[in-house]
Design a protein around this ligand. Structure first.
Ligand code: AMP
Length: 194
């Protein structure tokens, strides 16, 4: 299995690049943000609970998202690999993911970390908010709260994977295709090593 994490702050281009990467490498896309928005659209109990956190730019509790990932892994036993997008967002989630993958004799091969400056992120998200239909993209204070959550709780996840030499930093500014090529180069370098 080839499992990768596309890592980076909100607005760094994870969703856009994920779509291109899953198509090229035949991976299954697991975006906890998308899964949560589906729960909200279906008005499930989980969705209603998660919405309150999401509307305030806060992370949803670990056990909720870990449960969603556990069931997604169980539903795809034959996958040749997964692309995790927006997960893990805390070190506790990262450790839980390692354990879930270990049960399948698998592991994270590479963490691709997209680097984008903070003001660029705010501008991108406000711009996306005009068309995305996402309420958390329209209010600047919610966008800033998401970036603060990222700095406090999610940025340490890169440190967690760095101890295993799994993190590669990629410039997330420039053309979509140029960034995609940089990501592909890093994936292909790892695919040939192991
Ligand atoms: P995203 O679509 O990845 O930007 O996620 C949108 C929102 O969903 C985030 O601001 C969080 O409130 C919530 N969320 C998504 N993924 C996670 C996660 N792995 N852990 C906690 N909350 C999450």
């Amino acid at each position: 299995m080839f499992n990768l994490i596309l890592f980076g702050p909100p607005g760094s281009g994870k969703g856009t690049q994920s779509e291109k990467l899953i198509e090229k490498y035949g991976l299954i896309h697991l975006s906890t943000g998308n899964l949560l928005r589906e729960e909200i659209a279906n008005q499930t109990k989980l969705g209603l609970e998660a919405k309150n956190f999401m509307d305030h730019g806060q992370l949803v509790p670990d056990e909720v998202v870990i449960g969603m990932i556990r069931s997604a892994l169980e539903h795809n036993p034959k996958a040749k690999g997964f692309l995790f997008d927006g997960f893990p967002r805390t070190v506790a989630q990262a450790k839980a993911l390692d354990d879930l993958l270990a049960e399948k004799n698998a592991a994270i091969r590479i963490v691709l970390a997209l680097e984008v400056g903070q003001e660029e992120l705010v501008q991108r998200l406000l711009h996306r908010g005009k068309t995305s239909g996402r309420s958390d993209d329209t209010k600047e204070e919610v966008i800033r709260a998401r970036i603060i959550e990222y700095e406090n709780k999610t940025a340490p996840v890169a440190g967690y994977y760095e101890q295993f030499g799994k993190v590669v930093h990629v410039k997330g500014v420039g053309g979509i295709d140029e960034i995609f090529r940089s990501l592909c180069q890093q994936i292909e370098a790892r695919q040939t090593v192991q």
